[in-house]
Design a protein around this ligand. Structure first.
Ligand code: PAZ
Length: 321
């Protein structure tokens, strides 16, 4: 592992919310950043808007040779389905997602056992393998959309495994997108841990239960929104997400985030109702997006509404700068 070189101005702790002091820079970040810079410039110069979506949860290890970790509930469904709706709306998408969380298009088949949906045309081992389209509903349409997106290079998937990777890749993405100014949108739907154990305070080996009950002390993860909005991509359209379990504090927390970070909108949601109800909160407005029972039955997805609301707000934002 290497630590952040203080001679690298882009890694200076003045603009990274303390990131460089606590989290080592993963070795592949510079290479991924080059891909993101090229992606942003290619699509920006073609007049296209680019959205960075963060998606999935984060794992926080308790031991450096990790046996145990603290995880969270996020499946990555919101990020993956939103990516599809942004692509339909003409955006190019950088999809910064946790390894093995839901992925655009394939997310529709995560509950399916692949082997139950295939059959052999003949008994021969090298014969054709056929797909049972009943086991994979709409597979032809979905496959066409997926292949079209791949062929046009509109989707750049970037994976993270650790919290440190997530933080450094988000910073790299923000710096990469700064070149396209207000055409960039940040859609920060990942559920990122607020707490972590610094490497220097983590036991190396598996914590022994024979030592009795465990007490852990965790530090606060640096808030990335602050340097993102102020320093890394100050012209971009930035949306954060706020999840609560107590509905009575949701809107106050969303408004507080807008006051502190001064970004454009918060998508506020409650754990149990998040698939059918969200509120898009801006400094001056508050839009409730709700699915009716009938819409839920017809498999309408709330992400379609969220993306439609935010792409319109993004157009307005761009016309004002
Ligand atoms: O990933 P998912 O579809 O299961 O859940 C989406 C979500 C609840 C993680 C997202 O809407 C969200 O609120 N993200 C921010 C969470 C937070 O840190 O407050």
């Amino acid at each position: 592992m290497c630590t952040v070189a203080h001679s690298d101005p882009s890694a200076s702790s003045v603009v990274d919310g303390g990131l460089s002091d606590e989290f080592a820079v993963p070795s592949h970040v510079e290479d991924v950043k080059k891909l993101m810079v090229e992606f942003a410039e290619r699509h920006g110069s073609a007049g296209r808007r680019v959205v960075l979506i963060t998606s999935g949860g984060t794992k926080v290890p308790l031991e450096s040779r990790t046996v145990r970790f603290l995880d969270n509930f996020s499946s990555g469904r919101r990020g993956a389905s939103s990516a599809e709706y942004f692509l339909y709306s003409g955006y190019a998408v950088i999809f910064l997602h946790r390894h093995r969380s839901l992925y655009p298009y394939s997310r529709l088949y995560t509950g399916v056992n692949l082997l139950d949906s295939l059959r052999l045309e003949t008994d021969k081992d090298n014969g054709q393998v056929l797909v049972d389209q009943k086991a994979l509903p709409n597979i032809a349409t979905v496959l066409k959309s997926y292949q079209a997106v791949k062929a046009t290079g509109l989707l750049l998937p970037v994976e993270f495994n650790t919290l440190s990777e997530y933080l450094h890749l988000l910073k790299a993405a923000a710096q990469a997108l700064s070149s396209i100014g207000s055409k960039a949108m940040f859609y920060l739907a990942a559920a990122v841990s607020d707490f972590y154990i610094p490497a220097s305070e983590m036991p190396e080996h598996k914590i022994q239960s024979s030592n009795g009950p465990l007490q852990i002390s965790m530090k606060m993860v640096p808030k990335m929104l602050n340097p993102l909005v102020k320093d890394w991509a100050p012209q971009a359209f930035v949306i954060s997400f706020k999840l609560e379990t107590d509905p009575s504090i949701l809107l106050e927390r969303a408004r507080r985030a807008l006051d502190i970070y001064n970004h454009q909108a918060v998508v506020a949601n409650v754990l149990d109702t998040r698939r059918g109800y969200v509120v898009v909160v801006t400094k001056d407005t508050q839009h409730e997006l709700v699915l009716t029972d009938e819409e839920v039955q017809n498999e309408v997805e709330i992400e379609e509404r969220i993306v439609s609301n935010l792409t319109k707000a993004h157009s307005q934002f761009m016309s004002q700068v």
